[in-house]
Design a protein around this ligand. Structure first.
Ligand code: FRU
Length: 622
């Protein structure tokens, strides 16, 4: 490939000709000409456009605005185009089948490095370059991801849509990214399903399969609901549908389908489900500090029914990403209860964002909670479990997918090519304990299909310390440890996973305190926020955080209450940048990010105040 610069006219600041591959034929020559208009607008004229314009990104710069000027309705994307250095490139798709295309860039200084680094290309390399990319957790190929959206199962495929920024690994330009899986643990990446448009960002929402053709697009259509968010229009609910199993979507021409009756600013994340007793659809929308319930017969016209939640759960908190599921209690199909999942930000015990749930009854119009407002029930006791919602159309199964991060630091964690992964999909169920009803979240059964070779360590007693030199040969940092601990005289039953540098995660049950703890204080890189740029903070401010101390807020231990028992079963999943613990089949789940500089490959059990027994210890490579 050869590049040349030339002057074309007085207003044109330069031209970049790119000869593509076997370019003996003149017509395949692609050329960029830069035209400066005033101080803050540059138009790039591209002749014989390639598939992509590769945009150089510098994360710690303000955003510039990029759009295809020749589009009938140009939609500007906010992109942190390089001014002084290039952190990575992202592809910007150019219209196909055109001889000439004009791309408009606003708010990028004339001397920005970007002008030299822009590239035309027919390909974009998505090979992994990130040492923290998980081995078995879902992540986007590149770019930013937050909440799981529109989860739906249809014709043997699980569709995972997600909040996605294809133009950089920080929050912005919300699209619905799209991946599909047949087994919930191996994912195929598809093109984004819904792109930011003139109504705004495509915020979170849900999907249903319209089996009875209530919306009129045909039986079996996937109908999706999302919030369009913009400064101009506020937060309004919109609809899109797909008649080809999610491969393409059409946005409803009369969007929005629902706006807040009181002009509420925070009104988003519609969850739609079928309420069989009344043969109607129900939509739950998070409305600042409460949830609002609407009903519809055709998925297009919605009627307000009720509001619930003000003053319930942790206070103060902002409600986001609702879900509502009806589940048998203790597996009894004759005793069912409704669980309203409410993600709150901030409000997490340990700072930032977390997932609560409320158990109660729903009569098709109103939710009534079993507990007093001050009762708080957490679906996960770690710090990196948020925006958890469930698949629709899964029959008797209720499968939830969390976003594995926290708004306090999601934008600045030490990954680059991508930011954020989903935690393992979890099967939800209800159980009773001490006369109250709680929700368990266990890793889905399909997770077992990830297991490769295993290693069993025969039962042993821990009087003081018991050291296992190497967990796995050639450890890539992705494994599962199944443990059964038989309580003896010990007060503390502990396990440290660590690497040769001593970086570790310390997991222990303290019986006097009745706590299960996961301490990541010395887990590896924990102070990544200390020199984070104002622009990183700006991106995360936009998601409504106040001041935080990144170091203290990341380097911490999280804990969950445990009851005294004879034995405890722990299932611990470790991946390149996460540890998930499931205690006793998911009655307690705890999800935390970690950034060790090399994988933890050793473990040491320790006891305090007496002896306990490890009656089962199995390590699986995943
Ligand atoms: C939750 C959330 C949602 C919103 C989305 C925007 O993490 O704030 O309420 O729809 O993220 O990306």
């Amino acid at each position: 490939m050869k590049t040349t610069f030339m002057n074309v006219s007085r207003r044109v600041i330069g031209a970049l000709a790119v000869l593509l591959g076997i370019s003996s034929c003149q017509s395949s020559q692609s050329e960029m000409t830069f035209e400066q208009e005033g101080d803050s607008l540059t138009v790039i004229h591209i002749t014989n456009p390639t598939r992509y314009l590769l945009l150089p990104i510098e994360e710690q710069t303000p955003e510039a605005q990029v759009c295809v000027a020749s589009d009938s309705v140009p939609v500007e994307m906010d992109v942190r185009l390089s001014r002084a250095k290039v952190d990575y490139f992202v592809p910007y798709a150019l219209p196909e089948g055109e001889k000439k295309v004009a791309v408009r860039i606003r708010h990028l200084p004339k001397d920005a490095l970007c002008w030299k680094e822009l590239k035309l290309s027919d390909t974009f390399d998505t090979a992994n370059t990130d040492k923290y990319r998980p081995v078995y957790h879902h992540t986007p190929l590149y770019g930013w991801m937050n909440d799981a959206n529109g989860l739906v199962y249809k014709d043997g495929e699980y569709h995972l849509f997600y909040q996605y920024n294809p133009y950089g690994s920080m929050w912005g330009n919300m699209h619905w990214g799209h991946s599909v899986s047949k087994d919930l643990v191996h994912w195929e990446h598809l093109e984004p399903a819904l792109a930011r448009d003139t109504l705004g960002h495509i915020f979170s929402g849900s999907s249903v399969v319209d089996n009875a053709n209530t919306a009129g697009y045909g039986a079996g259509t996937i109908v999706s609901f999302y919030t369009s968010a913009s400064d101009k229009n506020g937060q309004i609910q919109c609809m899109a549908y797909s008649t080809d199993n999610g491969r393409t979507f059409t946005k409803y021409e009369k969007n929005p389908i629902l706006t807040p009756f009181d002009g509420l600013k925070d009104f988003r994340d519609p969850k739609v489900f079928w309420y069989a007793p009344d043969q109607k659809w129900v939509m739950v929308v998070s409305a600042d500090k409460e949830m609002r319930f609407y009903s519809s017969l055709n998925l297009k016209d919605w009627t307000y029914m009720s509001g619930w939640g003000e003053g319930y759960g942790v206070q103060p908190s902002q409600f986001e990403c609702p879900d509502m599921v009806e589940l048998p209690v203790d597996g009894d199909p004759n005793h069912k209860k409704w669980a309203l999942i409410v993600n709150v930000n901030p409000g997490c015990y340990f700072g930032g964002s977390a997932t609560q749930y409320f158990i109660g009854d729903f009569d098709g119009e109103k939710f009534v909670c079993d507990n007093k407002p001050e009762t708080v029930k957490w679906l996960d006791w770690g710090k990196d479990h948020y925006a958890t919602v469930c698949f629709s159309n899964t029959g008797d199964r209720t499968i939830a997918v969390p976003w594995m991060s926290n708004w306090q630091y999601a934008n600045i964690v030490p990954t680059r090519q991508f930011r954020s992964a989903n935690a393992l999909p979890r099967e939800l169920s209800l159980y009773t304990q001490d006369g109250d009803i709680y929700m368990a979240a266990a890793p889905v059964e399909e997770t077992k299909s990830l297991r490769k070779e295993s290693r069993e360590i025969p039962a042993f007693e821990v009087a003081d310390a018991y050291h296992v030199d190497s967990l796995l040969a050639d450890n890539r940092g992705a494994y599962e440890i199944e443990l059964e601990l038989a309580a003896g005289s010990a007060e503390i039953m502990g396990l440290k996973l660590f690497n040769e540098k001593g970086e570790n995660v310390d997991i222990y049950i303290s019986l006097p305190e009745k706590k299960l703890v996961m301490d990541r204080t010395k887990s590896g890189i924990v102070d990544f926020g200390k020199d984070s740029a104002p622009h990183a903070i700006e991106a995360h401010d936009r998601r409504k955080q106040n001041s935080i101390n990144y170091v203290d807020d990341f380097a911490l231990g999280t804990w969950a209450p445990v009851k005294k028992a004879d034995s405890y079963k722990l299932d611990i999943f470790v991946d390149k940048c996460s540890v998930e613990i499931f205690l006793n089949g998911g009655k307690i789940a705890m999800t935390n990010l970690i950034f060790p500089t090399t994988p933890y490959n050793q473990m040491s059990f320790y006891s305090r105040g007496g002896v306990f027994k490890v009656s089962q210890c199995k390590v699986y490579r995943l």
